[in-house]
Design a protein around this ligand. Structure first.
Ligand code: TXA
Ligand code: MG
Length: 308
């Protein structure tokens, strides 16, 4: 144990899920599986519990969190749904879509969850373990990705442990995440316009950018391993850890068959492997800018941008 807490790994069966719900109820921090990436959950209606998320991640307090809910009914008590938001929720929930909506004045949420913004980010996840957990908790769960701030998102319990062991109470191990990329974030405006704040597994065609940096996850450098990353690499230098795609091979491959879905699911595992390897640099083969490839390239560009 490195940090303050003896982080417990809990198997995600019925007993384990009930145990995780109890830890959360008492204000604890539990890393939880979702269909996108592992989240670091705390009850969203408790300021002290939410503060622990920021502390464990080393996350700047101006960067708001996503609130995970069991149902659209529950979501409506936190955010104001106009017809566009209703339609998006009907179509894509439960699933990898986060809606940024005006925060209800009487929302029973810690104020730190939305970092003082007048909006709140809401998501109803599809992962069966997370759904069962939300059903057992009478409260919503705030959950950013379960990694130290600025680093690569976790898609396995092992990734979570590597970054947060000793800093959180428990990990609910539900196996590897299916989708592997964080949810698509869409802001719904009063007039029904939508803006994609973060591209993700759901492809809304554009990466329309908001005025200024609205989702801090849009910062140029994010999701970064701790060594230089070169993109669109078609040749391997001797000190490269090469991440291949399609016909271009490497030390590991995102998808040897050229499947973008498989590449999304494997992206963070490959970046974690590259970060751990003895090679001083990471190179990544070109990924087509289409479908979920848009979100993959978005994350790769941030991984390749050195932090300020
Ligand atoms: O798939 C996911 O979305 C995962 C799983 C765990 O649900 N969560 C995740 O959370 O990726 P996080 O904290 O790593 O990214 C959330 C992003 C951040 O860039 C944050 O700035 C943005 O959502 N965000 C949260 N609330 C917001 C708001 N009210 N307005 C605009 N952006 C917001
Ligand atoms: Mg994150």
């Amino acid at each position: 144990m490195v940090g303050k807490y003896a982080t417990e790994t809990i198997l995600a069966d019925a007993t384990g899920i009930a145990r995780a719900a109890r830890i959360l109820r008492d204000g604890g921090l539990v890393a939880v599986p979702t269909e996108t990436v592992y989240g670091l959950a705390a009850r969203a209606d408790d300021d002290a519990a939410v503060a622990r998320i920021y502390e464990a991640k080393g996350r700047p307090s101006f960067n708001p969190l996503i609130v995970h809910v069991q149902s659209v009914e529950q979501a409506r008590t936190h955010g104001a749904f106009n017809p566009t938001a209703e339609e998006l929720a009907r179509k894509y929930w439960p699933g990898p879509l986060t809606l940024v909506l005006p925060r209800c004045d009487d929302a029973r949420l810690a104020s730190s969850v939305s970092a003082g913004l007048p909006t709140v980010a809401l998501r109803c996840p599809a992962h069966p373990v997370m759904r069962q957990l939300l059903a057992e908790c009478a409260f919503p769960l705030a959950a950013p990705s379960a990694n130290r701030s600025g680093f690569i998102s976790p898609t396995t319990a092992g990734h979570v442990l590597a970054s947060l062991d000793g800093r959180i109470d428990a990990i609910l191990d539900g196996g590897p995440c299916k989708s592997g990329l964080e949810s698509t974030i869409v802001a719904v405006r009063d007039d029904g316009r939508i803006e994609v704040l973060r591209p993700g597994p759901l492809d809304f065609g554009t990466t329309a950018s908001a005025d200024g940096i609205e989702a801090p996850g849009q910062l140029a450098s994010h999701y970064a391993p701790s060594k230089p990353v070169r993109l669109d690499a078609t040749e391997v230098a001797p000190d490269d850890f090469m991440i291949g795609f399609g016909a271009i091979g490497g030390d590991c491959t995102l998808s040897s068959s050229g499947s973008l879905t498989e590449a999304a699911a494997r992206l963070y595992a490959c970046l974690h492997e590259g970060a751990r390897s003895e090679k001083p640099r990471i190179a990544v083969a070109p990924i087509p800018e289409e479908g979920i490839g848009i979100a993959i390239n978005d994350r790769l560009r941030r991984a390749a941008t050195p932090p300020d």
